[in-house]
Design a protein around this ligand. Structure first.
Ligand code: RIB
Length: 317
């Protein structure tokens, strides 16, 4: 095993209010849940946990409120192995997410940004010092864009790869794509950024990835849920992987688990197909369990799962 570079995540930290329901409520409808739980989440925090459990050296920059939720989540992140020294406390509430999960494990999410919306460029003062040519900067779309822009500029100066997961889908400055090394997104986000809808015609994913590469991104990964994943880079390399079949309990943090695992495997210089398969396997395990961070598997669980499925060895790219 050789030392791998730092992973610096700048992202959201939420307390998830999760309601397990038969069907999602319709407009005007009130429904009851016999299982409602509080679980630690937030895309930034979830991806940091996934990378740490995959074996990465992870520091998270983010903000929590001055409340018990913030303290509990930060404690938990430390136990997962995430460096929490750069998380700041704001005189407001910790970010929240209201999540319904139906019998098929599909979710709907409403975010209350709380402290995430107060993260400022000043809170990232120590960020440039952590970035170097071996590092990875990982961003999502749940913090003020000014912070993401500052972090990207710092990474461009200091070196290292920039990964963007533009989730939830929201406008980003058009000139940002040439600054991104690896864009990881799902079908909904692909449609938002390219206008290309798959409608079960997954041949369109190639066209969509091409569109994003033309916009300046160097590599594109599209997560396709139970259809697997798709990779394409500027040199025209294309890889499809299929998904591991599991009983879906809760899809929350499936994409986050994929991204954190994928980054660590890339740092280990594993063959690309293996990186995608391992990320997909980790994500499948997360889908088979309830919650966000608590559903994310450790590297040894992923290895065992892949061995059981006989997919642990992949040929070189
Ligand atoms: O990606 C899943 C996450 O999205 C949840 O944990 C929720 O907090 C929202 O940020």
């Amino acid at each position: 095993m050789f030392p791998i570079g730092k992973i610096v995540v700048v992202g959201s930290i939420n307390m998830d209010f999760v309601y397990y329901v038969r069907n999602h409520p319709l407009p005007g409808e009130t429904i009851s849940s016999d299982k409602a739980e509080l679980k630690s989440g937030g895309k930034g925090a979830n991806q940091a946990v996934a990378a740490a459990l995959a074996g990465g050296n992870v520091t998270l920059f983010g903000a929590v409120g001055n409340d018990p939720f913030g303290r509990d989540i930060v404690d938990g992140l430390g136990q997962y192995g995430v460096n929490t020294e750069k998380i700041v406390r704001k005189e407001t509430t910790t970010g929240t997410a209201f999540i319904t999960v139906n019998d098929a494990g599909e979710n709907t999410i409403v975010i209350g940004e709380g402290a995430n919306g107060r993260l400022s460029v000043e809170d990232l003062a120590d960020l440039p010092g952590l970035l170097d040519p071996a590092s990875v900067l990982l961003l999502q779309n749940e913090i003020p864009w000014s912070c993401a822009e500052y972090a990207i500029e710092a990474a461009r100066k200091q070196g290292g790869k920039v990964y963007l997961n533009p989730a939830p889908a929201a406008s980003v400055p058009k000139d940002i794509f040439p600054q991104i090394d690896v864009l990881v997104l799902n079908e909904t986000e692909v449609e938002f950024f390219t206008g290309i809808r798959f409608d079960d015609d997954f041949s369109r994913v190639h066209q969509a990835a091409d569109h994003l590469l033309q916009a300046g991104v160097k590599e594109v990964v599209v997560t396709l849920g139970d259809k697997g994943s798709f990779y394409m880079n500027r040199q025209g390399k294309v890889i499809y992987t299929s998904a591991c079949r599991v009983n879906a309990v809760d899809t929350t943090a499936a994409g986050d688990t994929f991204i954190g695992t994928f980054i660590v495997e890339r740092q280990r210089l594993s063959p690309l197909k293996e990186c995608l398969l391992r990320a997909g396997a980790a994500s499948a395990i997360a889908v088979s369990r309830a919650g966000a961070q608590e559903s994310i598997p450790r590297a040894d669980e992923v290895a065992l799962f892949m061995k059981q499925l006989n997919i642990e060895r992949q040929p070189e790219d």
